[in-house]
Design a protein around this ligand. Structure first.
Ligand code: ADP
Length: 483
């Protein structure tokens, strides 16, 4: 295989446990754009996962007892190394994941921003003193690292979903065992190498690849693990939560969404179209905050659909490393099958295909960016996340109606709407049942704000000051006898 990397050592074929690269390369990692083999990674299971957890347990106390400034310095170096290797990491990511190179470069910078932010935040884990109800005493509330953490991450953001979980935890003194998605372990392992080079002590960050079910079971049931962080489907999230109950672990879950994108009659049409293209088609529609349902008010509907379909039809499809490409392949055959099923079902139930609506002539897992109108709530794509390049447009009449439709799902991750009416902006933002709302804005992810969902979209927040709270326990110390 020939990935043009400035630092070829970043392409790994072993796992990182206790500061050693171990395991026999076995499971094939391939390029979704052409099926070519990129590398192989170990097929680890319960035994190696337990070894990694024990390594993380041994590493925990020494790491947690370091001065915050020392941990911050390691994170800072990791950040700098990630950015110094941005191009190589982006090439590895595009090769295993499919997203266009420009998006991959953007994700590497986004992933690095969490490491930078939490390197700074490591020094600001403040406690409190509380006025005591007893004489001659003080109440001190301090924050302590929760302990060994396990992280299970998805393939759609192979770098950022790791750093968004690990950087805050590492900053406060936690240690980690990470299981990346089987489609995209290479970016994760490359990040592991850079962490090692940044001076992360052995055992602080371990990465295992292989049997998801076996690894997940040990991670959720091992008593040494105190937190399980997961980004992925709601079904697997519920399973992990049930498994974690046996040892009462903290769970931090970023699960599926079914994001509404609402365009009111008074919206800026050009801004709404540009926002909808980003909110729907980033990463070929394969992000948990991608809009799954576009609600457009009757007075602007036809103008919006015309301009939006024109923009969608103009998007260049192809391998992510080809010039000018903005839509790559879907991650795998299952993803393609789901998109086809949703489009066929919508068509059969009366939706109109404005553009796209079929596989792309490039073959493989390429699908033509699609816009459908006349969509209703009976269609499968209304109820499940399509996770692909299909924009489903509904027509609505009133604010009340659209709020009811937008909120009528068990999910609540992201929501977006476009309006120029200030009162409506505040009113609708208040009423939407979601953890994040974009008002006249379509990109929600950044390192400073709390990312996360309500209802069945998850528990906990990642990013910003709030993202650190997941990884600390409060300890209250009552100091008596101070007379
Ligand atoms: P998707 O359908 O988008 O691949 P998943 O929720 O299946 O989403 O995958 C997200 C992550 O969860 C991946 O790393 C995957 O390997 C892992 N995973 C899937 N099933 C299990 C399981 N039973 N236990 C632990 N991890 C799992």
């Amino acid at each position: 295989m020939t990935l043009p990397l400035a630092k070829p050592a970043l392409l790994r074929n072993q796992c990182l446990i206790d500061g050693k690269w171990v395991g026999t390369p076995a499971g094939v990692v391939s390029n979704p754009a052409n099926g070519a083999e990129l590398s192989r990674v170990p097929e680890f299971g319960a035994k190696e996962t337990e070894e990694a957890i024990l390594a993380a347990e041994r590493a925990f106390k020494p790491w947690a007892k370091k001065q915050a400034k020392e941990r911050a310095a390691v994170l800072r170096r990791w950040f700098e190394l990630i950015m110094a290797n941005q191009e190589d990491l982006a090439r590895i990511m595009t090769a295993e994941q499919g997203k266009p190179l420009a998006e991959a470069r953007g994700e590497v910078a986004y992933a690095a921003s969490f490491v930078e932010f939490y390197a700074e935040e490591a020094k600001r884990i403040y406690g409190e003193t509380v006025p005591s109800p007893f004489p001659h005493s003080k109440i001190i509330v301090q924050k302590q690292a929760i302990g060994v953490c396990a992280a299970i991450t998805p393939w759609n953001f192979p770098a950022a979903m790791i750093t968004r979980k690990c950087a805050p935890g590492l900053a406060v003194g936690c240690t980690f065992v990470v299981k990346p998605a089987p489609d995209t372990p290479l970016t994760a392992l490359a990040l592991g190498l850079l962490a090692e080079e940044a001076g992360m002590p052995p055992g602080v960050l371990n990465i295992v690849t292989g049997d998801a079910v076996a690894i997940g079971k040990v991670m959720t049931e091992h008593p040494a693990v105190r937190l399980i962080g997961f980004t992925g489907s709601t079904g697997v999230g519920k399973l992990l939560m049930r498994q974690a109950a046996s040892t009462v672990k903290k769970v931090a879950l970023e699960l599926g969404g079914n994001a509404p994108f609402i365009v009111f009659d008074d919206a800026d049409l050009d801004a709404a179209v540009a926002g909808a293209v980003i909110a729907k088609f980033r990463n070929m529609g394969q992000t948990c905050v991608c809009t799954n349902r576009l609600f457009v008010q009757a007075g602007i509907h036809d103008r919006f659909v015309e301009a939006f379909a024109k923009a969608v039809a103009a998007m260049k499809v192809g391998p992510g490393d080809a010039e000018g490409v903005v839509q790559g392949p879907l991650i795998n055959a299952n993803a393609l099958a789901k998109v086809e099923r949703h489009v066929e079902d919508a068509r059969a139930r009366g939706a109109r295909v404005i553009t796209g609506g079929a596989r792309h002539s490039l073959g493989g897992t390429f699908y033509t960016p699609t816009v459908l109108t006349g969509v209703n709530t009976e269609m499968a794509l209304s109820q499940e996340e399509t996770f692909g390049p299909v924009a489903a447009v509904y027509k609505f009449e009133t604010e009340e109606e659209v709020l009811r439709l937008a909120n009528s799902t068990p999910f609540g991750l992201a929501a977006y709407f476009y309006t120029k009416d200030l009162a409506r902006a505040f009113r609708v933002a208040d009423e939407l049942e979601s953890g994040m709302v974009g008002v006249n804005s379509a990109i929600l992810g950044n390192e400073v704000a709390p990312f996360g969902g309500v209802k069945e979209s998850g528990l906990g927040r990642e990013g910003g000051r709030h993202g650190i709270e997941e990884f600390v326990e409060l300890k209250y110390v009552l100091m008596g006898g101070l007379n």
